[in-house]
Design a protein around this ligand. Structure first.
Ligand code: CP3
Length: 369
């Protein structure tokens, strides 16, 4: 028995539904959670932010756990993603950063020379244990009721922040390093893999069921550059995490042309942004992995009938196949009405089982026909 195996032992918990879907095992309906489900759109988060900075919340396990738990419970999703940030590993590597209101992250002394890269440290990942401590609290709170997602940035996306010093439009410094100082570039990505592997191990040991690797800005690369400069090292990180015994979700934005190459990382699940059609993208991946996505986060501002049609469209595109995790195509933005996010959860729970049951039925008929 493999894909679509029956009978399914019901009822599934949020945690088992989520992990089973990552592994493309049969589920009663697609699990659902949201990128940036804890964030400024939610009043409870804004209240905590009145008293604490973003980094402070990340570094205090009781606060990070509270923010994570509040969002997951309020939305009644199947999985909780630990509240943290992509950039946290920069600090123990020797790069200070801060979040500047309105500007996003700012790295104070971005990497511009080979010497800057050679100075980066890889022996202080232990300083990130506060994230694992928060995971332990959340996992202890939910048990199997909720999947527990740990995460880290992918080598390319983190390298781009380290070199550009913040967000970027054209990634000029990053690509200059990549093309012009290729061996230093490789050393940088190697150092990142050392730190990220240790960081993910802490999270898995603390109770993360799944690790999501965010390659948010991979879409800035053409396929040939992605394959030459990024894929091999990313594949190593994916494999190292899988060897810890958990599935890996690999996500990027604006990745339509990169998807087959991203699949070659061996990730269990590929995160799709909202610009692609889920059915065509999954077919293009030969259904060889699970997929996560891919509602446009801005449809959360649409009237309910439009929202419902979009949710149904995604469920229909996935067609009840084992290995679909319902999510957005990128993070929830500030100003999103919370009740619309909750409505999506209700819709997936209401409509999802019909699609799953139809496919199970078709599978049974094929087996007997
Ligand atoms: O609920 C969750 O999704 C968990 C929390 C989470 C945060 N950052 C908290 C956060 C996660 C998973 C991240 C990952 C992250 N951080 C990514 C990858 C995801 C993606 O969007 O592609 C990236 C690129 C970052 C870097 C980052 N952090 C940026 C660019 C910004 C500024 C953007 C903004 O909205 O201002 C942040 C800040 C940040 N990280 C916020 C949150 C909730 C919002 C700012 C705040 O509370 O002050």
């Amino acid at each position: 028995m493999g894909e679509g195996e029956l009978p399914l032992e019901l009822p599934l918990t949020g945690g088992s539904r989520f992990v089973r879907a990552c592994l493309r095992r049969a589920v009663d309906r697609p699990p659902v959670w949201f990128l940036r489900q804890a964030g400024r759109y939610m009043a409870e988060y804004r209240e905590v932010r009145k008293h604490h900075s973003l980094v402070e919340i990340c570094k205090r396990p009781e606060l990070a756990a509270e923010v994570t738990i509040t969002a997951a419970e309020k939305l009644e999703v199947d999985a909780a993603i630990i509240f943290a940030d992509l950039l946290l590993p920069l600090e123990p590597m020797g790069l200070d950063f801060e979040f500047v209101a309105g500007d996003g992250p700012v790295v104070h002394h971005p990497l511009r020379t080979v010497e800057d890269i050679d100075r980066l440290r890889t022996d202080r990942a232990g300083a990130l244990e506060y994230v694992a401590a928060a995971i332990e609290k959340v996992a202890g709170h939910f048990g199997d009721r909720m999947g527990m997602i740990g995460f880290c940035g992918a080598p390319y996306t983190l390298a781009s922040y380290m070199i550009e010093g913040g967000g970027s439009r054209n990634y000029i410094f990053t690509k200059q390093m990549m093309y012009g100082e290729t061996s230093a570039w490789q050393r940088l990505l190697d150092k990142l893999v050392v730190v990220l592997t240790a960081y993910c191990r802490q999270q898995v040991d603390a109770g993360a069921d799944v690790i999501q690797i965010f390659d948010s800005w991979a879409g800035s690369l053409g396929v040939a550059d992605y394959r030459e400069y990024v894929l091999p090292v990313t594949k190593r990180l994916v494999r190292a995490v899988q060897e810890m015994g958990v599935p890996v979700i690999y996500f990027g934005v604006d990745t339509a042309s990169l998807l087959p190459a991203m699949r070659e990382t061996g990730a269990d699940v590929i995160g799709l942004d909202w610009r692609v059609e889920l059915d065509a993208a999954w077919r293009g991946l030969d259904y060889a992995c699970a997929v996560q996505g891919n509602l446009d986060p801005i449809t959360l501002f649409a009237p309910e009938p439009v929202l419902e049609a979009r949710v149904k469209g995604i469920l229909a595109a996935a067609d009840g196949r084992a290995g679909h995790i319902f999510n957005l195509g990128h993070g929830i933005v500030p100003g999103t009405p919370v009740e619309n996010v909750q409505a999506v959860v209700r819709m997936v729970k209401a409509m999802g089982p019909q699609f799953a049951a139809r496919r199970a039925q078709a599978g049974t008929e094929a087996a007997h026909g």
